[in-house]
Design a protein around this ligand. Structure first.
Ligand code: CA
Length: 226
């Protein structure tokens, strides 16, 4: 799942990106309100963490602008102080939750998870299943045919993305965007490397290959022919 973090404090922004990435989210960042507004307007995020005090355009204006144009992704607001007026205005503007600074990154990750479970129970659910693959997204465990499969963090995010959209074909470019994040400058063939590792891990013991390579198009999770 993709999360956008809009926070002008560079250190806090980095900490939040790290904590959310570790929790299995794909994270894009913006350091001011205008960039945040633009990204939220043009990219499909599952949730946004939005600071109120931002340069260019403040968080409440960003949120109001999104809601005016029908953007419904859950938004969690951050503010420097536990200011009651900010909270009331934030909820009025369409925020789904509110966290007062200072907070720990771990606490924020838990709140993002809670917002997603409330808004999109199916996707934030604990288990994703396809054929004989099961992924526990909370405990970060994958099993195939009941046997545990060890995956690196990138392979985990890659598999999670495929499990969330079974049968759909993703180009390498789309996978880079969705799994590595919007502004990663990673080469396309990196995707192939991680797909190969993922295949090796989940196909151990000569299991049927569930990842289909679609020539000149990309990859999909597909039980056909497996
Ligand atoms: Ca700020």
């Amino acid at each position: 799942m993709r999360v956008l973090v809009v926070e002008d404090d560079v250190n806090l922004n980095r900490q939040l990106k790290e904590a959310l990435t570790e929790a299995g989210y794909v994270v894009d960042i913006a350091l001011d309100g205008e960039e945040g507004h633009y990204l939220g307007d043009t990219e499909p995020y599952d949730a946004v963490v939005l600071d109120i005090g931002l340069p260019q355009m403040d968080g409440l204006s960003v949120l109001e602008a999104w809601r005016r144009t029908g953007k419904i992704m859950p938004v969690l607001l951050l503010t420097a102080r536990d200011r009651w007026s900010d909270k009331v205005q934030g909820i009025d503007a369409g925020a789904d939750d509110y966290v007062a600074k200072p907070f720990s990154p771990r606490e924020l990750v838990a709140r993002v998870g809670a917002v997603l479970r409330r808004v999109r129970p199916a996707l934030a659910g604990e288990t994703l299943v396809f054929a004989d693959i099961e992924m526990d997204t909370v405990a970060h465990k994958v099993r195939r045919g009941g046997k545990p499969v060890a995956l690196g963090p990138t392979e985990f995010r890659l598999l999670r993305h495929l499990l969330e959209h079974p049968g759909r074909v993703f180009s390498r470019e789309r996978l880079l965007d969705s799994v590595w994040g919007h502004d990663s400058d990673i080469e396309l063939r990196t995707v192939d490397v991680h797909i190969r590792r993922l295949r090796k891990a989940i196909n151990q013991g000569d299991r049927p290959d569930l990842i289909r390579t679609v020539r000149s198009a990309g990859y999909s999770l597909d039980a056909e022919g497996a």
